[in-house]
Structures are given as C-alpha cells and as structure tokens.
Write a protein that binds this ligand. Structure first.
Ligand SMILES: *C/C=C(C)/C=C/C=C(C)/C=C/C1=C(C)CCCC1(C)C
Length: 248
C-alpha cells in the first residue's frame, strides 16, 4: 500500500512557483473545460440551425481540454514542450475551425469543396510545422515557410476567396459582422503561433531573443484566444441572429 502511494506521481505538488509556463498549462486546461461546459449547455438556448455550430465550438474546446490535461503533466514532469500532444490537438481542432466557417456559410451556398480546400491548407500548415519542430529542427525556417504557405491559403480563402464572397453575398449583416471577426481571428490570432515557432533553439529566427521556453507560453496564449474566442464569436452570432429574427 505504501509503495503504491509512493509510486503515484504527485504532479500538482510539483508545480513550482515561478513556473509561468506551467501556470498557463493549468489555466488553459481549466479554461478549456469551462468553455466546453458553456458551449454544450448553451446549445439549448439557441435556434435549431445554430446548434451544430455550438456543438463544434464545444468539441474544439473539449478536445483541447483533454490535451491540456496531458500536456500539463508532460510539462511538469519533463520541463520540455509536449510537441506531439500539441500537434495531435491542432490536427483535430484546426480542421474543426474550418468546419465552423463551412457551417455558418452553408445556408448561403457554401459547398463541401470549400471545406476540403481549407482542411487541405491546414494539413500543409500543421504537418510542415511539426516536421520543423521535430525531425528537421535544424532547418526550421524552411519548414516554417512551407507551413506559412498553408496558412496563407486559409487567409486567402477567408479574406478574398470563395468564403469571403459567400459572406458578402449573404445580405445578412449579423453574419457578415461575425464572419469579419472570425477572419480577424485567423489573421491576428493565428499569427501568434509562428512567433512561438520562431523561438526554436538554434535555428529559430527569435532564438536568443526569446527563451525557448516561451514557445509553450505563446502557444498556450494563442490557444486560449483562438479556441475560446472563436467559439464565443459563433455563440454571439447565434444569439444575435435569434434576436434579429424575434424583432423582425
Ligand atoms: C487551436 C489551434 C490553432 C488555431 C492552431 C493554429 C496554428 C497555427 C496557425 C500554426 C501556424 C504555423 C505557421 C504559420 C508557421 C510556423 C509553424 C506553425 C505550425 C506554428
């Protein structure tokens, strides 16, 4: 019995004061969990056509909550980046964010091809980023560049491409406002991640300027802003469109 207790890892006890990255892993896992509960429960308070969008918002934060739970422990135990868990999370949640764009534009003629195109760009972005952080660490700028091509593809879709055109053609000011906010999240919110990536020790452009431990701090901030913020925009859209129907 005693040896069993001794073998149990006491992660909570080992969060050191001054471990700010560790703090953000704990805050992140709790915030993602709370956001999921919020989105799941609020599904009942929005009009039928918005329920799937809210469900997807909740799934995004829920998938992140589970990964943060593991990443937290990984960080406490090793003091290094949980790169694999991070990218497994992103490879699930980023395509789901593309699904959000597709869902809100579906009523205005979005085709499934748009969704696949955005998912394809996400895969280029994330696979190249993963390779640059792991196997090809010494040439991380090159892989960061390839990753950025995927990122720019998504940016193009939501700022100038077919997604943008569908939103413009919708004649729905509530949708247009929400779409614009989401497009800003992709432009400014997602741009947080490459900054984290550039802290890769040795080859990263910011290596020596920022400590390499700031990578996880930056990624954690990015995830909180983007996953919870993005979901809240969808939620506001659902609520606003309900009241605009009621007052019409
Ligand atoms: C919830 C997770 C999200 C929204 C993750 C987004 C991740 C990115 C936008 C990552 C982008 C990267 C680049 C554009 C270049 C360097 C490598 C990455 C993968 C950090």
């Amino acid at each position: 019995m005693e040896s069993l207790l001794a073998a149990k890892p006491l992660f909570l006890a080992s969060l050191q004061s001054g471990d700010y990255v560790g703090f953000t892993f704990f805050i992140g896992s709790m915030a993602m969990m709370a956001a999921s509960v919020f989105f799941f429960f609020e599904m009942n308070n929005v009009e039928g056509k918005w329920r799937t969008s809210l469900l997807v918002s909740g799934l995004i934060t829920f998938i992140a909550a589970v990964h943060y739970y593991y990443m937290r422990d990984f960080w406490i135990e090793n003091g290094t980046s949980p790169t694999e868990l991070r990218y497994i999370d992103w490879i699930l949640t980023v395509p789901l964010m593309c699904v959000e764009f597709y869902l809100i534009l579906k009523a205005f003629g979005a085709k499934i091809g748009l969704l696949w195109k955005m998912i394809f760009y996400s895969l280029i972005m994330l696979v190249a980023g993963y390779l640059g952080e792991t196997v090809f660490r010494d040439s991380s700028p090159l892989w960061g560049f390839i990753s950025t091509i995927g990122y720019v593809g998504i940016l193009y879709e939501v700022w100038f491409g077919s997604a943008k055109k569908l939103a413009d053609g919708s004649n729905d000011p509530v949708l247009q406002r929400a779409f614009k906010t989401l497009a800003w999240f992709v432009f400014a919110g997602w741009a947080i991640y490459p900054i984290g990536y550039m802290t890769i020790e040795g080859s990263g452009w910011l290596s020596g300027v920022l400590a390499s431990s700031s990578m996880d701090l930056i990624y954690n901030i990015g995830d909180a802003v983007n996953k919870i913020g993005f979901g809240l925009v969808i939620y506001s859209l659902a609520v606003a469109s309900k009241s605009s129907v009621a007052t019409a």
